[in-house]
Write a protein that binds this ligand. Structure first.
Ligand code: C2E
Ligand code: MG
Ligand code: MG
Length: 710
């Protein structure tokens, strides 16, 4: 394990180091002090010794001199008694060990005792030699005794001498006592000194402890707390408490700066999450967020038996908005749609709903109901879908223009339809597509049969390939009448597909497939030629049919490819049909968008002599003024307007406006989808030129149309 050098251990180590150094210094100081004390004691002892010794010697010399003077006469007359008296006087002093009077040869004359036992004996002790030979007063010292000798003279003549031995015992004892006292004092001082040092050391240690506590509290702890908080934030736990402090110092600054940094990281994280999880345009959750939410809910729901419904809403023909009004308008529509969806959900408020935009024009709603809420989820989802279809079907104002859009909704249920998110999303998509196939602007529940339908669509493209050659595709004709005199003026050619297995397939379905796959580029010219051939047959086989036109639907893709006019010219040349009898129907989408190019292409097309009609007019957003800019010969008012012409005054007004506008430009107006007599009447009254519809005649096969001509 790697040892960590934390701030606090480091500080403690430093403090310990300082303590050791201080201890060493104190140790050296104490040692020096002890040596000094020893020296002081030695010096003092020496001077005390010298002092005491000098005193004894001086006294000794004085006494010896005096005694020598006093002994002159007694010694001269050899009066031993008098000598003894004088000597004993001196010997009374306590520290005098001996007194000896001797003659010039060093023999003892008197030793102070009564019997003078040593009389006449030569002095034998180690000091005797110097005593005898000394001419003057002489002092000798051993460690026991101070020996003072003085000559006894008459005139200049030495007749003998006297020596006094002072015992040094008391001097040494005094000296020892003084030294001991001195040493004791010194030791006291040393002891006190050491006590002081100890006290100071204790104070130092206490200061160290206090400082370390302060450091721990004011520096190490807050830093450790910050480090912990930083670690938490690093681990993604943004809810962590960042310590708050009122401190007005660097640590306070650091803590506050850290706290602010934490806040800003949290804010950034939130922003990034928001960006990653929300759709920038509408502010709704995006696909990613929705998928996560769905996965989460599925996990929660797994145990508790709960029900969920997934609604996939797709705006019908939204591409047209982008193509015709531009992407900005498209964005506006999406924003308005999202807020409308939100409103509907809020109004509908039951269970819990989550709304997300999946990109493009797709919105997804997750409806959740708790088990036991008694909610029939199918009924609830259905009523929400109905409300959405109704609300989203209301016209939208974009750039001062009314835009009509529908919505197709697919619904799938959990746990009935699927148990995982991926399957649910796929089902929802399939159901939505089926709603489109069913005619758009409605909702469909997912069913297992739909899987087959989707598969069929995949197969459809393969099946459609070569269908014309195999004779599965055919044309039917819907008669078109002139309103003013009820006369048959022509027919619209409509494509039919009889699938060998699935029977008749709706054009709205297979034309879509043909357009998306590009097959329309081979089917289209074939249809054009076949229609021309059929029209030539009418003229050949029926009388009075030489003016009947045939209207052929052309896909935007055919126009954009650029060689439509050549195809048309070729078909006319090959069949011999008069150009004026061929009408080309183009949807608004085909001509809007790139108006200049469209105008060129249309101009070229019209130069072949054919007439060009705008199909499904009014469902796009070109507006009436658009008619001025694109060169067309006629407009076909979409059947959705015709359908409501009797009920809705707005539709009637619009239809009337289209007619008036078109006429002012010299353009023919055709109404499609006339299903009632009343519609027919009102259109005629408003001056509409031509009409077609079930009330006038269903699309019919060639033979039936020929029969009609009879
Ligand atoms: P469209 O060109 O607008 O054709 C008119 C559609 O309205 C036809 O549907 C017709 O059957 C239907 N219709 C006619 N009268 C009434 C009526 O009174 N009420 C109602 N509800 N509908 C009526 P259909 O045949 O299903 O064709 C659908 C669309 O398929 C056509 O719309 C056209 O855009 C496209 N289409 C058909 N044939 C061709 C073709 O040969 N080439 C291309 N490119 N598109 C075609
Ligand atoms: Mg048409
Ligand atoms: Mg139409």
């Amino acid at each position: 394990m790697k040892l960590r050098h934390g701030l606090y251990p480091r500080f403690l180590l430093l403090a310990a180091g300082v303590l050791v150094v201080v201890l060493a210094v104190v140790g050296v100081m104490l040692h020096r002090q002890a040596t000094m004390q020893r020296e002081v004691v030695a010096l003092s002892q020496e001077s005390i010794h010298a002092l005491l010794f000098d005193r004894v010697r001086e006294r000794g010399q004085a006494v010896a001199r005096q005694l020598a003077d006093s002994l002159v006469n007694p010694l001269y007359y050899f009066d031993l008694d008098a000598i003894g008296v004088l000597m004993r006087n001196v010997m009374q002093q306590s520290d005098v060990s001996y007194v000896i009077v001797y003659d010039n040869s060093g023999a003892v004359i008197h030793d102070g005792s009564d019997d003078i036992a040593t009389y006449g004996q030569a002095m034998q002790d180690p000091l005797a030699y110097e005593v005898v030979t000394a001419r003057d007063m002489h002092v000798q010292v051993t460690n026991k005794v101070l020996d003072v000798s003085a000559p006894i003279r008459i005139g200049g003549q030495r007749i003998g001498g006297v020596r006094i031995g002072y015992s040094l015992d008391s001097v040494i004892a005094d000296e020892n006592r003084a030294t001991a006292a001195m040493r004791g004092r010194m030791e006291d001082i040393g002891y006190q000194h050491a006590l002081w040092v100890l006290l100071m050391m204790l104070v130092l240690v206490a200061i160290g402890v206090v400082v370390s506590l302060v450091v721990q509290r004011s520096l190490v702890r807050p830093i450790r707390q910050l480090a912990n908080a930083a670690r938490e934030i690093e681990a993604g736990n943004f809810a962590t408490e960042v310590p708050v402090t009122p401190r007005d110092d660097e640590v306070g600054d650091l803590t506050r700066a850290f706290s602010r940094m934490g806040d800003s990281i949290v804010r950034h994280d939130r922003d990034i999450r928001r960006m990653a999880y929300t759709d920038a345009l509408t502010g709704l959750s995006n696909r990613l967020a929705f998928r996560e939410h769905l996965d989460q809910q599925l996990m929660l729901v797994r145990g508790a038996a709960r029900q969920m419904a997934l609604l996939f809403a797709d705006i019908d023909d939204f591409k047209r908005v982008n193509d015709t009004l531009g992407h900005d308008a498209g964005d506006e529509v999406l924003v308005q749609f999202s807020s409308r969806i939100r409103e509907v959900i809020e109004r509908h408020d039951d269970g819990h709903a989550t709304l997300a935009r999946f990109g493009g024009d797709e919105f997804v709603i997750l409806l959740e109901f708790a088990e036991g809420s008694g909610a029939d989820i199918r009924a609830r989802a259905s009523s929400l879908a109905d409300a959405l279809v109704a609300e989203l079907g209301r016209p939208i104002m974009v750039r001062g223009r009314q835009v009509f859009l529908g919505t197709s909704i697919g619904i799938t249920l959990f746990p009935d339809d699927a148990s995982n998110a991926a399957m649910l999303m796929k089902n929802g998509d399939i159901a939505m597509y089926q709603a489109k196939v069913a005619g758009k602007n409605c909702h469909r529940f997912y069913s297992r049969a739909m899987d087959q339908a989707v598969e069929r669509r995949v197969h459809m493209e393969q099946d459609l390939r070569g269908a014309w050659e195999r004779g599965e595709l055919s044309l039917v004709y819907q008669p078109v009448y002139r309103l003013s005199d009820n006369a048959l003026t022509g027919a619209e050619a409509l494509l039919r597909w009889q699938h060998p297995e699935h029977g008749p397939i709706a054009p709205s379905v297979f034309i879509d497939v043909a357009e998306q796959s590009g097959l329309i580029e081979t089917i289209g010219p074939a249809v054009l030629r076949a229609a021309c051939v059929d029209a030539m047959r009418w003229t050949r086989e029926r009388e009075g049919a030489e003016d009947l036109f045939v209207a052929v639907n052309v896909s935007p893709r055919q126009l954009r490819n650029g060689d439509l006019s050549e195809q048309v010219a070729q078909a006319l040349a090959d069949t011999g049909l008069s150009p004026s009898r061929l009408h080309i129907e183009l949807t608004e989408t085909a001509v809007i968008g790139d108006e200049i190019r469209a105008s060129t292409l249309l101009g070229r097309l019209r130069s072949t002599g054919v007439k060009v009609w705008l199909d499904d007019f009014g469902t796009g957003f070109s507006g009436l003024s658009h008619l001025r800019r694109v060169p067309v010969d006629g407009v076909k008012i979409d059947r959705s307007f015709v359908a409501d012409v009797l009920r809705d005054p707005d539709d009637l007004a619009l239809t009337t406006a289209i007619i008036a506008m078109a006429h002012s430009l010299g353009i023919t107006v055709v109404a499609e989808g006339v299903e009632k007599e009343g519609q027919y009447d009102i259109l005629r009254e408003r001056g509409c030129d031509l009409a077609q519809g079930y009330w006038l005649g269903y699309p019919m096969v060639m033979q039936d149309f020929m029969a009609l001509l009879d």
